[in-house]
Design a protein around this ligand. Structure first.
Ligand code: ATP
Length: 501
């Protein structure tokens, strides 16, 4: 750690949501010039703790003292004015506004003169910031909706740092980013530390936590457990501290089927010459029954459109998507009727009915299989069964999804498709935000489904996940497939990266 000046002190910070005691009198010190990781299982209180610091949530009780001054931000903009910024887990930019308006949201005052906003000056300043951040292709005047999830995340990184915050909270952001986006974020985090400020870094990736942080604090079920120096622990020790028990280190599949260059099994679904403007350029691929097919690539390679296009959810799709028997899949209804499941990377906007209950979210696509008369009791039991299989941390299935932690929301998405018993699963970033314990369970579940003959597509930014789980990996670049690699114990991250760039 560069310096050891106390920058932020949290004193008995506490928060309850009805019956859920999310954060229990947590006291913690953060120093100037450190990257301080906050780790814990899904629902352990990490986001609730930092959301109180950054003004997203009101403080239940307790105090935050930043640089000698007690702060209790009323909202995120107020937080910014107190020197704290956050990059949130989901989308932190607002639709309906331009890029420039998003960048300066709450800070428009700096461009006001005599009560009139100088939009030209605001756009000019925004473009300067974008250019300086290596984002020249993003136009300050364009609506934010013109940009995809990752681009919006990068814009959000810029938004959270241009005013030089003393504390930057990075809440499970890396899994939303591809390799190059991640490097950009790490660069920003190192810069904040070098300036003698502090990064609070929330991540479920233990290797990344060890690589990036100076100190690590652990929360378990809302309780503060301990703080350790990153240099004093290894991954296994961290995992044990986090979950409170020893963890095996075999997450992934250990089998290596002996086909080497040919996928086997019938074709479940295929794309032929599919193009989507700006994303996919004449892509053809086949997904087989009993196969886990991976798709990887750098940002802007188009990989996140593949799942959408196969699910019939892309706008302006050209080309053919059909099942092995020729049934066309041109819209979401046809996809669901033909036993196809899709989990989007943009979980809150595209996968969940965020203002609805866990029960509705899980039962929705299965209702059509449950007969004409739906009994509340049966729907509830159905939802509970699959939420429990996914170890969803919740008060009950009548709880709103918006009240769940990020990782638990993802469990609800997976529980929905598990309940539907879909034969074709198109999973974009399936373990994004999921803690290591549940991650291991999901991998086991996917391996079992594969053995039952289901066809599974995993689109992932996590190269190790692709290597560990897939029979075959397609690497995309510039909207096209740039290479194919087969499962092998010899396959390395470098083999995949080489085809990405
Ligand atoms: N707005 C809310 N209303 C009710 N309960 C909530 C709300 N926000 C969070 N909770 C609950 O508080 C607990 C802590 O959630 P929190 O989001 O802080 O966990 P987390 O450690 O950040 O998890 P993750 O790793 O999944 O992001 C969870 O049980 C969650 O369901």
């Amino acid at each position: 750690m560069a310096e050891s000046k106390l920058l932020l002190h949290a004193e008995k910070i506490d928060k309850k949501f009805g019956p859920t005691h999310a954060v229990k009198e947590v006291s913690l010190d953060f120093y100037a010039g450190e990257i301080h990781a906050l780790i814990g299982e899904n629902g352990s209180g990490k986001s609730t703790f930092t959301n109180m610091l950054t003004g997203i949530l009101p403080i239940g009780s307790g105090t935050f003292t930043l640089d000698g001054e007690q702060i209790a931000p009323k909202n995120q903009v107020d937080g910014n004015h107190h020197g704290v910024a956050v990059i949130v887990q989901e989308l932190g930019t607002l639709n309906g506004l331009t890029v420039a308006e998003n960048l300066f949201l709450g800070d428009e005052g700096r461009f006001m003169k005599y009560g009139i906003k100088n939009t030209a000056a605001m756009n000019k300043k925004a473009q300067e910031l974008l250019d300086g951040f290596g984002l020249s292709k993003v136009r300050a005047t364009a609506p934010i909706e013109n940009y995809n999830f990752e681009e919006r995340k990068i814009i959000e990184i810029l938004k959270s740092t241009w005013f030089d915050p003393k504390i930057l909270v990075v809440d499970e952001t890396t899994t939303a980013l591809s390799q190059d986006g991640r490097e950009k974020l790490f660069e920003v985090m190192r810069d904040v530390r070098a300036k003698g400020h502090c990064v609070i870094f929330i991540s479920h990736d233990m290797a990344e936590v060890l690589e990036m942080s100076d100190r690590i604090s652990i929360l378990r079920d809302g309780d503060y457990i301990t703080t350790i120096n990153a240099s004093d622990v290894d991954e296994d020790r961290l995992k044990t501290l986090m979950v409170g028990r020893e963890m095996g280190d075999n997450y992934y599949r250990t089998d290596y089927p002996n086909y080497v260059t040919e996928p086997q099994g019938e074709i479940a679904i295929m794309m032929q010459n599919v193009s989507v403007p700006g994303s996919l350029d004449n892509v053809s691929l086949e997904l087989h029954k009993g196969e886990i097919l991976g798709i990887g690539g750098l940002s802007e390679c188009g990989m996140h459109e593949v799942g959408k296009a196969m699910f019939g959810a892309s706008y302006d799709r050209e080309g053919i998507v059909q099942l092995g028997d020729g049934t066309p899949i041109n819209d979401i209804n046809a996809a669901i009727n033909n036993s196809i499941a899709y989990a989007s990377k943009d979980r809150d906007n595209e996968s969940l009915l965020i203002n609805d209950t866990i029960q509705d979210n899980i039962t929705l696509p299965s209702m059509r299989d449950m007969g004409l008369i739906l009994k509340q009791k049966d729907l509830k039991a159905f939802a509970k069964k699959y939420a429990d299989i996914m170890s969803t941390k919740m008060v009950g299935v009548d709880q709103y999804v918006s009240a769940l932690s990020g990782g638990n929301k993802q469990k609800v998405v997976l529980a929905r498709w598990l309940g539907k018993q879909s034969n074709i699963l198109l999973l974009d970033s399936p373990t994004r935000g999921i803690d290591i314990g549940v991650k291991a369970d999901i991998y086991q579940l996917l391996a079992e489904m594969r053995n039952q003959g289901k066809a599974i597509l995993i689109i992932s930014e996590e190269i190790m996940e692709l290597i560990g789980m897939c029979d075959r990996i397609l690497v995309m670049k510039d909207g096209k497939i740039n290479g194919q690699l087969f499962r092998s114990p010899e396959l390395t991250e470098q083999d995949i990266i080489a085809k990405m760039i």
